[in-house]
Design a protein around this ligand. Structure first.
Ligand code: GLN
Length: 435
């Protein structure tokens, strides 16, 4: 029996699922976030409202991984409907940070990150709408990639915000992250937003690399220990011949505000389907309306309800122009400023998170403090760009620190090539928490 002492899993399969013995991932053990469908298995999305639901089909990523010989060992914990930054919003209890059990593993894909950190699997899948792969990767000391919007099919992913969601891999090494990405990426007829993208490995010449450091992200209040560690990663790039310059992306200042308008607006619409009719009801009711209300009142947790209210508000008559329309304009601006920046630099680097992993319970009563966890990651989703978090050091207290590398659309190969070169010469990614 597997010793899942940090509660990374919501379900460990009695018999691991392996559809094929050969393929590029033959024998690789994978854990899957519980908002991605594996046929015949649970998919709770961390919510009571989906308790008992059994997936009727495989997500496209699962189908592709099965064909490549991967072995699925279980479903991992997450914040309810992937809303959160700590896994504490899971209706099934929080995951603990493998480096220190008093701390959160990050979220919403905290279970997938912790499962890799604890060596319970070789790689895992998460989803990232505003940072949910990169932030837990940083908090758990592993490598995590949010692919370009459209690079990976979302078919079979329980949606949070459809214009922002992407599935992506975690592993200890960038090499394994790349192996999984090679398999899961590409056009899928079941997802009309998926792109005709064929992943091709690259070997980036660091001597020709231009690195941009956006002052709007570096000037934010970041834990000094994190800034120091990320700067050391940049020093390494400079030593390898890269040119490092300060750049400006003024609209990034508004990224978090725009995200917390667009995301709930889309989430509210996606969550409307959980009404107790198509799947199941949580309650006895005398009328249809009562059934809807009871199902949703009992089935959804506090954060989900908060976002339904927020989403309804920002789309309502009288507020639509002020909030939603403005946020959409900001999003366009962010996208354009990134495009301009990528004419001058090849990658953009910052910290992944403003803080080190925080204590369980520290932010659960203060949603705005929790939302600040996404300060450095959301703009990438708004612009649809790929972002990688890689381990780049440790705090004095022994906690892992992540650096975020963002590239132009469909240039995952640049990010992964850099990470692979870095991981050949350093061993932050190999250090494991004591068990
Ligand atoms: N923490 C962010 C939120 O709560 C991001 C979530 C995500 O990427 N799924 O919305």
């Amino acid at each position: 029996m597997m010793d899942d002492k940090h509660k990374a899993f919501l379900k460990v399969f009695d018999t691991p699922i392996q559809a094929k013995k050969s393929g590029s991932l033959a024998g690789m053990k994978l854990a899957i976030k519980d908002n991605i469908l594996i046929k015949g298995e649970q998919a709770t999305a961390g919510s009571k409202i989906l308790e008992g639901f059994v997936a009727p089909y495989d997500a496209t990523v699962i189908k592709k991984l099965k064909d490549a010989g991967a072995i699925f060992i279980g479903k991992t914990n997450l914040d309810e409907f992937a809303m959160g930054s700590s896994t504490e919003n899971s209706a099934y209890g929080a995951t603990l940070n493998p480096w220190n059990e008093k701390l959160v593993p990050g979220g919403s894909s905290g279970g997938s990150a912790a499962a890799v950190a604890d060596d319970l699997c070789d790689a895992s899948l998460g989803s990232d709408t505003g940072g949910s792969i990169r932030q837990p990767a940083a908090f758990c000391g592993v490598t995590g990639l949010k692919p370009t919007y459209g690079a990976v099919s979302r078919y079979g992913l329980i949606a949070l915000a459809s214009s922002l969601d992407q599935i992506g891999p975690f592993s200890r090494s960038a090499e394994n992250v790349e192996k999984v990405l090679e398999v899961i990426s590409g056009r899928d007829e079941h997802d009309q937003t998926s792109a005709n993208f064929e992943y091709k490995k690259a070997e980036v010449d660091t001597k020709k690399l231009r690195v941009g450091l956006p002052k709007e992200l570096w000037q934010l209040s970041i834990d000094p220990e994190i800034s120091v560690a990320v700067k050391k990663f940049i020093d390494w790039l400079e030593k390898k011949g890269a040119t490092v310059t300060g750049i400006s992306l003024p609209s990034l200042k508004y990224g978090l505000s725009a995200y917390y308008i667009i995301m709930p607006a889309e989430a509210m619409a996606n969550l409307a389907r959980y009404d107790g009719i198509r799947y199941r009801s949580s309650a006895e009711a005398k009328s249809l309306m009562e059934k809807y209300l009871k199902t949703r009142s009992l089935g959804f947790g506090t954060e989900v309800k908060r976002r339904i209210l927020l989403g309804t508000f920002v789309l309502s008559v009288g507020h639509y122009d002020d909030y939603y329309q403005t946020a959409v304009k900001v999003r366009q601006l962010i996208k354009r400023q990134y495009e301009e920046a990528f004419k001058k630099v090849d990658v953009i680097i910052s910290a992944t998170t403003p803080t080190l992993p925080f204590e369980l319970g520290a932010k659960t009563q203060d949603p705005l403090a929790m939302y600040q966890s996404d300060l450095l990651t959301v703009s990438t989703n708004l612009a649809g760009l790929p972002g990688l978090s890689l381990p780049c050091g440790f705090s004095k207290s022994g906690l892992p620190i992540g650096a975020q590398v963002v590239g132009p659309a469909f240039h995952e190969n640049v990010l992964l090539s850099l990470a692979k070169q870095y991981q050949k010469e350093t061993n932050y990614h190999l250090k494991k928490p004591q068990r």
